[in-house]
Design a protein around this ligand. Structure first.
Ligand code: PEP
Length: 252
């Protein structure tokens, strides 16, 4: 039985006072929540205050990115041991905005994934096709290549710790969501890929989140699908009530 994970990606939003306020509201809304894992991923600068604010609540802390080295002369970067010391238990790796705006190739994503597991952080590996690939009907081929390259060299003992987020790029921040059926079909395909690369048990236990314009309106139908194990949420994670509503729908 896979426990759902409901994760919020705050992206480049929330100053320190704003992040403190949102974290406090989330803690109030979700103080007694059980049945799914809850996660917020604020910007690096907010990790300290958000971590302190959610202490004693069921909400865990994650980062939006990680550098592949643990220490050294890499101005501006943040490493796994640093994230761990800030109280993070998860880190997002390979978000399409990192891939698109900051040049994170599959090779970079692979190095970041290895850095995350080395620091005993749970990586949320983001994958997903562009609208162009979807229209060309090459989504499966694209995902096969993207996932294969991202997990290369990651042994079975480590892979059991990772979470995958399927986020079709055309659905992120656009208001367009994949239909539950379409998303579930792709999740099933991703699970099959993990069975090919590792084994049936890894595939069966792998948590695959859906991301792309998830809102209270569509969350219920999406989570009802067999292979959708939770969400990575952007816009709707910025309001405590919508994030909490989605979390509650995920355990109905
Ligand atoms: C995301 O940030 O990963 C995301 C899915 O954003 P949104 O929910 O706003 O589409």
């Amino acid at each position: 039985m896979r426990k759902p994970l409901i994760a919020g990606n705050w992206k480049l939003q929330k100053t320190i006072p704003e992040a403190t306020a949102l974290a406090g509201e989330l803690k109030n809304e979700l103080a007694d929540f059980t049945g799914a894992d809850l996660l917020v991923c604020p910007p690096f600068i907010d990790l300290g205050v958000v971590g302190r604010e959610i202490l004693g609540s069921p909400i865990e802390l994650g980062a939006q990115d990680i550098f592949w080295e643990d220490t050294g002369a890499f101005t501006g970067e943040v490493s796994g041991p640093m994230l761990k010391s800030a109280g993070c238990s998860y880190v997002i790796v390979g978000h399409s905005e990192r891939r698109g705006f900051f040049g994170d190739t599959d090779e970079v994503v692979n190095k970041k994934l290895k850095a995350a597991v080395r620091s005993v952080l749970i990586p949320i590996l983001c994958v997903g096709e562009s609208l162009e690939k979807r229209e060309q009907k090459v989504t499966k081929e694209f995902l096969r290549k993207q996932i294969g390259a991202s997990i290369q060299g990651i042994g079975i003992e480590w892979i059991a710790r990772i979470v995958v987020a399927y986020e079709p790029i055309w659905a992120i921040g656009t208001g367009l969501s994949a239909s539950p059926r379409m998303a579930n079909k792709t999740h099933r395909f991703i699970r099959e890929l993990f069975a090919e690369h590792y084994d049936e048990s890894i595939a069966k236990n792998l948590r695959i989140l859906y991301g792309g314009s998830v809102k209270p309106d569509n969350a219920r139908a999406l989570i009802a699908e067999e292979d959708i194990d939770g969400f990575l949420i952007g816009g709707a994670s910025l309001k405590a009530d919508s994030f909490a509503t989605i979390a509650r729908y995920s355990v109905l």
